[in-house]
Write a protein that binds this ligand. Structure first.
Ligand SMILES: NC(=O)c1ccc[n+]([C@@H]2O[C@H](COP(=O)([O-])OP(=O)(O)OC[C@H]3O[C@@H](n4cnc5c(N)ncnc54)[C@H](O)[C@@H]3O)[C@@H](O)[C@H]2O)c1
Length: 366
């Protein structure tokens, strides 16, 4: 455990939540922290799911711990990707600062465990700068890009699709992709579809936002104001629809109704990115990485809540690029970190045995 005045010991825990293959720090990130004068302790095998071997961390100057207990014992700043799991609950101590995705509103038992421990727990998703969520955005980017890849793959005949190439060919009609929601994930979905040569239509309640995404997608793209009537009109020629909407703090709005699914061409593909907020397709059920599509009428729908887990190496790189500046600040000590990055103050979800973030408190009814 770090003592006052000594360099911070930064601990990197292996993820224990099912199917989670990301890691909270890359070997390059470890090298940066070591160069800053800190000690980095990485649980053995923590990087394997993302393709990083223990030796790569050793080469970066990190020490490898043989167990999570050793990381909890030695480190004061603990890095994770997902919220603590029951087997970890009793390992947190008042000396620990935990930095990770927490989503406590959906996990009161995790909030209780962190309160009992007396640690300070800071949530990636609660870091807000200029009304943006910079530590959540990288995963929306990944999900958006993957959504188009998934759709392209399920248009293939071998996967039971319409047998269409996303971008068409010279002299052959391209696929039409309707992206509903022109935020972070929608922008990335639309850009990949346009890059593949698809005809892209971007729909959002906010026309300016839709226009800005369509502009970035080139001359084949256009923007529309989203409404049930407009999407119904687009449906008969939409071989792909991607639902990328978000109403902050609320369940996802239903923007793709059963009627719209029925209007789409046979063998069309829908990707519901918003499934982690309840889904934006009427009657949708979650899918998994092992079983990624369901048939609804004559259309197939993919709605996997943890899409970034499909590409852990890319997701880890995107996530750690965003978190590293905060990790470097936190490693300097809490007062310095809070002074240089005041957004961390609100991102503290649990401190001194209590839930302190106002939104999380509200959501948990405390
Ligand atoms: N499945 C996954 O693995 C995964 C990964 C990351 C993000 N997500 C989810 O994807 C969703 C989108 O995230 P984001 O970061 O792109 O959000 P964002 O806030 O950047 O963008 C959402 C957009 O939806 C628009 N919108 C809201 N209601 C609408 C409606 N009724 N019709 C049309 N447009 C509407 C908003 O104007 C906004 O432009 C969220 O639910 C998020 O939790 C899922």
């Amino acid at each position: 455990m770090t003592s006052p005045g000594s360099p911070t010991v930064v601990g990197v825990l292996k993820e224990v939540k099912g199917f989670e293959r990301r890691v909270a720090l890359t070997p390059t990130g470890a090298r940066v922290l070591v160069a800053d004068g800190h000690r980095v302790v990485v649980e053995t095998g923590a990087g394997l799911g993302s393709g990083f071997k223990d030796d790569e961390y050793r080469d970066s100057g990190a020490a490898i711990a043989q167990s999570s207990d050793q990381v909890f014992d030695e480190a004061s700043l603990l890095l994770h990707v997902k919220e603590p799991q029951p087997q970890e609950f009793e390992k947190f101590r008042p000396q620990h600062t935990l930095f990770t995705y927490l989503h406590l509103a959906a996990a009161p038992e995790v909030a209780d465990a962190l309160c009992r421990s007396g640690c300070r727990a800071i949530a990636y998703e609660s870091v807000e700068v200029d009304r943006q969520l910079p530590l959540l955005a990288p995963m929306s980017m990944v999900a958006g890009r993957l959504a188009t890849q998934i759709a392209a793959s399920y248009l293939e005949a071998r996967n039971g699709g319409r047998g269409m190439l996303m971008g068409g060919l010279p002299g052959v009609e391209p696929t039409t992709v309707v992206v509903i929601g022109a935020g972070t994930s929608g922008r990335h979905a639309a850009e990949v579809a346009a890059g593949m040569g698809a005809e892209v239509i971007v729909a959002d309640l906010n026309l300016e936002r839709a226009r800005s995404v369509a502009d970035a997608c080139g001359p084949l793209a256009r923007a529309v104001v989203s409404s049930a009537a407009v999407i119904e009109e687009l449906a008969p020629t939409a071989e792909v629809m991607i639902g990328a909407v978000l109403a902050p703090g609320h369940r996802a709005p239903i923007v793709i109704t059963r009627k719209i699914l029925d209007l789409m061409p046979e063998g069309a593909v829908v990707v519901d990115i918003a499934i982690d907020q309840g889904g934006c397709v009427e009657g949708v059920e979650s899918t998994t990485h092992a079983d990624p599509v369901r048939t609804m009428g004559h259309v197939r729908v993919s709605a996997t809540p943890n899409m970034p887990a499909a590409v852990p190496r890319s997701s880890t790189a995107a996530l750690t690029a965003a978190t590293l500046p905060y990790v470097r600040a936190l490693a300097k000590g809490w007062p310095e970190a809070a002074a240089s990055h005041p957004e961390l103050l609100v991102a503290v979800n649990v401190e001194n045995g209590a839930v302190v973030n106002p939104d999380v408190k509200d959501a948990l009814g405390r």
